[in-house]
Design a protein around this ligand. Structure first.
Ligand SMILES: *Cc1c(COP(=O)(O)O)cnc(C)c1O
Length: 221
């Protein structure tokens, strides 16, 4: 597929939803992809990328940041508390604030570091899946109060709908939760469902394989 086609599909989905062109931020999810594929997309001028693993991002992005100006990196994977400090220094946005222990570590790391504060999204477990990270919808207001007390100001919500279900009702739920909380950024929609997410108000979509091709995990053990 590739970047140009995805950009066209985003523009079409924005028009169909009556939203201004450019209102949706495309996060190109480069986790696990071979360097050459990422460099192709950098050469095409794209600058906003998503990664799932702190260590992987630390290894590959400092060099690209030097070669290509204006890179913005989004952390979209589960974040271990002991990596909060490293993540706060590396990423421009963190989409996976999903528990108090992480919020405390992030608050400490941000108080100590002198760079920009990353944009924060609270991950919501919209499908109430026991194995999945995220704050349960019922517990979101209390969680937001608690992290405010730590001095953290999230800008939006993020979700990963259950694999076996239609995604759209989950996007609706996330939008309604955000509206109720007075948050205006929504990180939702991936390769298979980003058009539905845009129709429901996504401001940030996370698209990997539709841009770069399938991920190959076979050499990661
Ligand atoms: C890997 C990943 C994506 C990208 O998935 P694709 O299906 O390749 O678009 C998006 N969001 C999260 C949280 C991911 O882990």
């Amino acid at each position: 597929m590739g970047l140009q086609e995805i950009r066209q599909r985003i523009a079409a989905a924005e028009r169909a939803a009556g939203r201004p062109e450019g209102s949706v931020e495309l996060i190109a999810v480069s986790k696990v992809q071979p360097d050459a594929r990422v460099e192709t997309v950098l050469e095409q001028g794209h600058r906003v990328f998503g990664e799932n693993y702190v260590q992987e991002a630390q290894g590959k992005w400092p060099g690209w940041r030097q070669r290509y100006g204006g890179v913005r990196l989004h952390m979209i994977g589960p974040l271990q508390s002991n990596k909060a400090k490293a993540a706060a220094g590396l990423f421009d946005a963190i989409h996976t604030l999903d528990r108090m222990s992480l919020a405390r570590k992030l608050a400490n790391a941000l108080a100590a570091h002198d760079g920009n504060t990353p944009e924060l999204f609270v991950q919501v477990n919209t499908g109430d899946e026991p194995q999945k990270a995220g704050i349960l919808p019922d517990e979101l207001p209390g969680f937001l109060d608690q992290i405010h007390e730590l001095g953290l100001t999230p800008q939006g919500l993020m979700c990963i709908p259950p694999e076996a279900e239609e995604a759209r009702p989950h996007f609706v739920m996330l939008r309604e939760l955000a509206e109720a909380a007075g948050l205006d950024r929504l990180s939702m929609g991936m390769s298979a469902d980003f058009e539905a997410a845009i129709a429901e108000g996504a401001t940030h979509i996370r698209v990997g394989s539709a841009i770069f091709g399938a991920r190959d995990y076979s050499d990661r053990g």
